[in-house]
Design a protein around this ligand. Structure first.
Ligand SMILES: [Mg+2]
Length: 138
């Protein structure tokens, strides 16, 4: 399966633009790739250059928020098949939506979440693993 994965609140806690804390995604994502599934990072993060004022001068600052997320996957030894799109979909569609058979995203209806006392809810990866097993995906 091609599986689209959100980042903030899904792979880590919500701390954008910083990389959030570990929430147990790494072993499940590795299990998915080891089972032959292809992961596509599908996130609102992007890289951009922005002009900012500093000491009365306008400077250009690079914000590499998407690259930071891609590096999180590299650092955790999780192979990405695609970034923001499915590399094969260009052969059959011009759609800007990344094509996946499954989407794992803290904003998805029905996504199991942990609701902390402070801060935003994030994905409950133990429950996701169980759900993937129930569906025969893992
Ligand atoms: Mg999210």
């Amino acid at each position: 399966m091609d599986i689209c994965i959100d980042f903030d609140g899904t792979c880590v806690t919500h701390e954008f633009p910083a990389i959030g804390k570990d929430i147990g995604a790494v072993p499940v994502l590795r299990e998915l790739t080891e089972a032959g599934h292809k992961l596509i990072l599908f996130t609102m993060r992007s890289d951009r250059k922005v002009k900012k004022k500093k000491d009365g001068e306008t400077i250009t600052v690079e914000e590499n928020f998407l690259t930071d997320a891609v590096n999180w996957f590299k650092e955790n030894g999780i192979e990405l098949y695609g970034i923001q799109k499915n590399p094969r979909q260009r052969f059959w569609t011009n759609s800007p939506k990344a094509y996946g058979h499954l989407y794992i995203d803290d904003a998805n209806l029905g996504c199991p979440l942990i609701i902390p006392e402070e801060g935003r809810p994030y994905v409950d990866w133990n429950a996701v693993r169980e759900s993937l097993k129930e569906k025969g995906i893992l």
